[in-house]
Design a protein around this ligand. Sequence first.
Ligand code: SAH
Length: 437
Amino acid sequence: MENRNARYAGGKKTGTKNTGRKPAKEVKASVRQRGEKSITSEKTAKPAKVAKPSATSACRIDKKCGGCVYLRHTYEEQLAIKEKQVRCLMEGIAKVRPVTGMENPYHYRNKVNAAFQRKRDGKIVSGIYEEGTHNVIPVSSCLIEDQKADEIIGTIRRLALSFKVRIYDEDHGSGLLRHVMIRRGHVSGQILVILVVASPVFPSKNNFVKALRAAHPEITSVVLNVNDKQTSMVLGSRNITLYGKGYIEDILCGCRFRISPSSFYQINSVQTEKLYGKAIELAELTGEETVFDAYCGIGTIGITASAGAGRVIGVELNKDAVRDAAINAKLNDIPNIRFYADDAGRFLTEMAARGEKADVLFMDPPRSGSTEVFMKAAFEMEPSRIVYVSCDPETMARDLRYLRKNYNVGEIWPFDMFPWTRSIECVTVLKRKNLRK
Ligand code: SAH
């Protein structure tokens, strides 16, 4: 779940290590077949030369949207700015490596949200909220969103008009259609359309879905998400599947993942493979370790790491994501992994109180970072390595200052997961100091 205008403000909240497992049969293409380089052979951190968006392709609403703050720079300039920011924040904490950028930093978002509004002249528009208001600025295409998703949203706008679907009116709390969210599997190509509505009663829904599928046969599932609350969160808690399975599957780092409407999934699959590849490399697994995957979402890091570990324990607050994670372990035939639905701090504290130890701890918290409760419990579990993945270097720096009481902080590896926006993702490994008790 996320706030509409938080969509460009970062990941949560927003190198493939070969695991030795084959991707499942139904999802045909592999990462390599899609023309991506194998991550293990990716040596350079330097991106190809990418110019500024040209006058014709540049965004016309960037000032109102506020997401892509670097459109007036070249891609290289923007990477240099981000790297400098991370260096500043990590001053006195750790050395920073060059940022790993994208070869093609456009249309990378595999999840797209659009707010719907009916204007006074009767026109239906969809797009983003103008900063600080609930006025919807129309978006028909976007430099960073998946293009197919934008096309489908355009079709839904037209169908909403012809099917006389009532558009939700925030001021009066009346009407039906509030948002549309699209998720598209980067490798699988599967497409989930989520119609966010204020009430489960959607007149002519079967014909609506039929017309939508006729226009876009590539859609694999359509879900009605009921959000009847006055809230800035896009998704409500109830999902009704109108067509297909109600979720998408995708391949990431050679493993197969099921992703439900409200589960967190990194929005830039190309960069995620590089990031997770580095995270797992930094963990230096030997096949024996007890590994914790904290803030695990649908289990992507733990499942990718499991082939190299003795056993893996994942913990995550979102129950739907934990359900996905358990199913994902089965889909990939992984016997040595367990997932728990809990607050990560509380869960680790209980584990520590029971005297449980960890060898390696992966932590990938939301933008707000981790908590002292979590990090205290982490100290008690005495992992020899902590791999910290973060989408906000500011909270990461704060947490590293705390963790370095007991751990030596390794180099910071920044990855540009969100080109043209302000955000940057980082990973590092912390190694336990030789502490005398
Ligand atoms: N590692 C996963 C998810 C990272 S996003 C991936 O890369 O896909 C951060 C995750 O932390 C989200 O799934 C969010 O639901 C979860 N989360 C947020 N607060 C939490 C808490 N207090 N305890 C456990 N999980 C939490």
